[in-house]
Design a binder for this molecule. Structure first.
Ligand code: ADP
Ligand code: ASP
Ligand code: MG
Length: 595
């Protein structure tokens, strides 16, 4: 019999009437001939209220007790949902994470799923029950209750769909599907018919709160098609599958994280090991680091900038202070009023000139870009918080995201997952996964046919990045990685980018003419760089990858010149003489994770 997993988010079970409506949906799915597992979140803002309560008791509640507390939210809603199904005359059994055998590691408040013993759920389904599963929670080896991180019920739903080899995984929420950007921020956002796993993974981790990013890691790894749709109607939603909606467009969506903070460590001695020290210390203090930009330095010293979530700034600053001392840097600056705006699309990997369109669109609104990082399928910029929404709107408009591309097919058949249990076991075996959420890497590669251009002392004014990349594109130069760091105090920035080595002479001319036009202090070129690239799934939530790369290269005495991170890839640029050796070291370091 086909099996459907339906997940209902907090707003969709916020009051008794909504719970009853969700119960009716589950019953309808069962009547249509499916076995049905319903995954439920805590009612409304219950999780927020619980967090608030904890904070009224203690400034620093123990993480274990936090999970004990937070898991109660879902326990309330599964019981009520089971009662609702029962009251309508159908059979239902509610289960907590522990009762359905969701084993996790012991990282309280952000535990990862190790395994799910699906037998109990299967048995209950066979007996004709609708199984109501508590989202967001599990149990560790010592029977401690754990939670998966905010928004984690999506991950429970997709993980259950994977192990039960469900035919469909429906995420019922308070919007009609996945939009080109949060429709609550931009009313002109368009609902997508479908979106690829890779794009959704990036968007989710760059601020599109509609899906928990780790749920998409599961979906991609175990090939679970997801249907995001409205709880309150039966209209068709958005499919999250392997292919993108339109093969022709460079950008499919935009996202914003409003509350970010930027930290710059100044004049760090440009020697191997400095990043490893700095980011190792932050990792140990459990600070989430993002958007790392290290640029080529002057006098063997370089500035390293990165962002942290605003709410972790307080925790980060003392660590940064110690790091400054540890690496012998000159000091640090920070800005707590910045936001990150990003655009994402598989198509940008095949098209040139996408980045400069984004930069120009922001410049046209007079918005200054403080920092830039790009990777294969995303461009992120850091802007002043008061300009963030405008920046999002400008990027959305530039890529005409409100308009459906011409090559989008009308609704196709909903995909039904064909995988059998044997397929799943084979997949687990092929992936050699001890844990379901274990880090998996697909490739570690080296390209040493690239060169680097650096513009130092660029005046920090709106439109400069746009002018630089327009001039570069006008010469047909293909730009790969871009990083722009910021130096708020000096009022200047540095921009570095990589290009194919054979285009270096052309790039040299462009850079020198830019230098004259825009009073750029200095231009530097290197025709001897190597880019190392580690590919996989969920590399930003597995922060150990970037740290591991830093540690490995530091131990081998190899200097990291540039870095960019995304969900799918971490890229680092090193001197080309060290390329091959760096590759060997990284392969050795990550051998256990390569599949
Ligand atoms: P649930 O409680 O159902 O899990 P969430 O609040 O976690 O719901 O996610 C749904 C919300 O995500 C929407 O109300 C919307 O404001 C927000 N959102 C952010 N980005 C997007 C996007 N790209 N498409 C749709 N919704 C988005
Ligand atoms: N209730 C949890 C939260 O609010 C999990 C979820 O809703 O997905 O984060
Ligand atoms: Mg959610």
């Amino acid at each position: 019999m086909p099996l459907v997993v339906q997940k209902f988010g907090g707003t969709s079970v916020a009051d008794p009437d909504k719970i009853k409506a969700a119960a009716r949906k589950a019953i309808r799915a069962q009547q249509a001939g499916n076995q049905v597992v319903v995954v439920v979140s805590a009612m409304g803002h219950n999780t927020d209220h619980l967090i608030d309560l904890a904070n009224q008791i203690s400034e620093d509640p123990p993480a274990r007790e936090m999970d004990m507390l937070l898991s109660t939210g879902e326990q309330v809603s599964v019981a009520l949902m089971a009662m609702a199904v029962d009251a309508l005359g159908y059979r239902a059994v509610s289960l907590t994470g522990a009762q359905m055998g969701i084993r996790t590691d012991s990282e309280f408040t952000k535990a990862r799923i190790r395994s799910i013993a699906a037998d109990r759920i299967r048995q209950l389904l066979e007996e004709g029950n609708i199984v109501i599963a508590a989202g967001f929670q599990g149990i560790d080896e010592d029977f401690n209750i754990t939670t998966l991180g905010r928004g984690g019920s999506d991950t429970t739903a997709v993980a259950l769909a994977a192990v039960l080899h469900a035919d469909a995984c429906e995420i019922h929420t308070d919007v009609d599907g996945v939009y080109t950007t949060d429709p609550r921020l931009l009313p002109e956002a368009r609902q997508l018919t479908k979106i690829s796993y890779d794009e959704m993974l990036e968007l989710a981790s760059l601020g599109a709160g509609v899906m928990h990013n780790r749920s998409i890691e599961f979906a991609k790894k175990y090939e679970v098609p997801i249907h995001v749709r409205s709880s309150f109607s039966d209209t068709r939603g958005t499919l999250i599958v392997a292919e993108p909606e339109s093969p022709s467009v460079p950008v499919c969506g935009a996202a914003m994280t409003r509350d970010e903070a930027r930290i710059t460590i100044r004049a760090v001695p440009d020697v191997p090991g400095r990043s490893s020290t700095i980011f190792g210390m932050l990792e140990k203090a459990k600070v989430t680091v993002d958007m790392i930009v290290q640029n080529i330095g002057v006098d063997q010293r370089a500035d390293i900038s990165f962002t942290v979530p605003l709410k972790e700034l307080k925790q980060a600053l003392p660590v940064v202070e110690r790091a400054v001392e540890a690496v012998g840097a000159a000091g640090f600056t920070y800005d707590d009023a910045v936001s990150k705006v990003s655009v994402v699309g598989l198509g940008m990997a095949r098209q040139t000139g996408v980045a400069q369109r984004m930069f120009r669109a922001l410049a046209a609104e007079g918005i200054n870009i403080q920092m830039i990082t790009t990777s294969e399928i995303k461009i992120s910029v850091l802007v002043d918080r008061p300009h963030a929404l405008e920046a999002l709107r400008a990027a959305h408009r530039e890529f005409r995201l409100e308009r459906q591309p011409d090559d989008v097919h009308p609704w196709e058949e909903l995909p039904r997952r064909q995988a059998t249990e044997a397929d799943l076991n084979k997949l687990m075996h092929d992936l050699q996964l001890a844990d379901m959420e274990q880090l998996t890497l697909s490739d570690i590669s080296l390209s040493d046919d690239q060169a680097r251009v650096t513009l130092q002392g660029v005046p920090d004014a709106p439109g400069l990045a746009a002018s630089v990349f327009e001039a570069v594109a006008a010469e047909g130069i293909f730009v790969d990685m871009i990083v722009q760091s910021c130096d708020g105090e000096a009022g200047e920035t540095s921009i570095s980018f990589t290009i194919p080595r054979h285009q270096l002479p052309a790039a040299r001319e462009v850079a020198e003419s830019l230098q004259r036009q825009h009073a750029v202090r200095n231009v530097l070129f290197s025709d001897s760089i190597a880019k190392l690239s580690v590919g996989g799934i969920g590399l930003r939530s597995h922060t150990s990858v970037a740290i591991g790369i830093f540690e490995t290269l530091a131990a081998a005495d190899i200097n990291v010149e540039m870095i960019s991170t995304s969900e799918l890839r971490v890229n680092v640029v090193v001197p080309s003489a060290d390329g091959q050796r760096a590759l060997e070291c990284l392969k050795q370091r990550f051998a256990a994770h390569l599949i």
